[in-house]
Design a protein around this ligand. Structure first.
Ligand code: ZN
Length: 343
């Protein structure tokens, strides 16, 4: 019945349009009405968006934890290592506390596409070790490697994206032939993981000449793109140390990065916030609250973000807007002004 009425009125409209098209000019009164209708609809949908953003307490100028992992090994040898059990427990905590992983590339591009009320987290893995990625001859990840655990957790918990960023050096997950290296990088790419730059030789870049810095970053960029047809858009600086001019890490003849990541010690500013510096984005070491990690590693910071929800990034579920309480307006970066949804 309803469909019939709709179809009927549609035919009527077409008839009017054809008649009007014969000899009379455009019906300006009608056009003005349509414009007013469209404006009213836009206003209505904006009001609905504002209401929805307020309902989930969206805070897209809030902080994002960027977690830094190294090896995932059964017997951790240093405080950088995590066991598969520890890694699983960390992911379970993130799931429980409504985090959804995004890649570093998505973060720096401002493409934070997660459901309303959820918080982004960036999982990063440095040094391209076999404990992160080892595949059999069919391309299946070995049990208890980082990628296997990520995929397994995502399968068990719908809504948890197996997204992560792998910062690669010439070590290339322990693979030495060009074909094997290509297989590994292409597998990461095909499975939605990001391949990032961690320099060729993992030298400390502090105090080096611009030529040396460009060599270290550019040569591995060239190797990655030759093997996987991917140009990394983010870099993790070895030891978290910036070169003498921090911009050298972002732009060189063979690379153009949108973000350079450090090694410590706080959550990162939202890419939409004025506090954000793409040349030095902080990361958080993954570790319990003990020793040096009593305050500045993952367990402590996740506690803090949980206890200070006004400081944490919360999504409104719409990737096309930057939603936040109006009070935070002065912190919005100008380049995102047109996306602003301040409630
Ligand atoms: Zn490293």
């Amino acid at each position: 019945m309803r469909l019939g009425t709709l179809l009927g009125s549609g035919v009527g409209l077409i008839a009017v349009a054809i008649l009007a098209g014969c000899d009379s000019g455009p019906d300006t009164a009608k056009l003005a009405n349509t414009k007013a209708d469209a404006a009213a609809r836009l206003k209505e949908s904006r009001a609905a968006k504002l209401k929805a953003a307020a309902k989930v307490k969206a805070n897209e100028l809030g902080q994002i934890p960027v977690l830094m992992f190294h090896r995932i090994v059964p017997k951790p040898a240093t405080t950088d290592d995590r066991s598969p059990q520890q890694f699983r427990a960390e992911l379970e905590r993130l799931i429980r506390e409504d985090y959804v992983p995004i890649t570093a590339a998505e973060m720096v591009a401002g493409k934070i596409d997660i459901p309303a009320g959820k918080h982004p987290v960036v999982l990063t893995f440095d040094d391209s070790s076999p404990s992160q990625l080892t595949l059999n001859e069919m391309g299946v990840p070995q049990k208890d490697t980082a990628v296997e655990i990520l995929k397994d957790m995502a399968a068990k918990h719908p809504g948890f994206r197996p997204a992560a960023t792998f910062y690669v050096t010439r070590d290339m997950f322990g693979k030495t032939t060009r074909e094997e290296q290509a297989q590994y990088l292409l597998w990461l790419k095909d499975n939605g993981f990001e391949i990032g730059n961690h320099t060729r030789d993992h030298h400390n870049l502090r105090g080096r000449t611009q030529k040396e810095v460009e060599e270290q970053i550019g040569s591995i960029a060239q190797q990655i793109s030759g093997l996987s047809y991917t140009n990394p858009t983010t870099i993790a600086l070895p030891y978290g140390n910036q070169p003498s001019k921090k911009e050298w890490a972002l732009r060189g003849k063979l690379y153009h990065h949108k973000g350079a990541f450090l090694a410590g010690y706080t959550p990162a500013a939202s890419p939409f916030s004025k506090s954000y510096d793409p040349a030095g984005i902080p990361r958080i070491k993954v570790m319990e609250k003990k020793g040096d990690c009593a305050q500045f590693c993952s367990a402590a910071w996740l506690d803090w973000l949980k206890n200070n929800p006004d400081m944490r990034y919360t999504s409104d579920g719409d990737v096309r807007t930057v939603a936040y309480p109006k009070y935070k307006n002065p912190y919005l970066r100008k380049s995102y002004a047109t996306w602003s949804l301040a409630y």
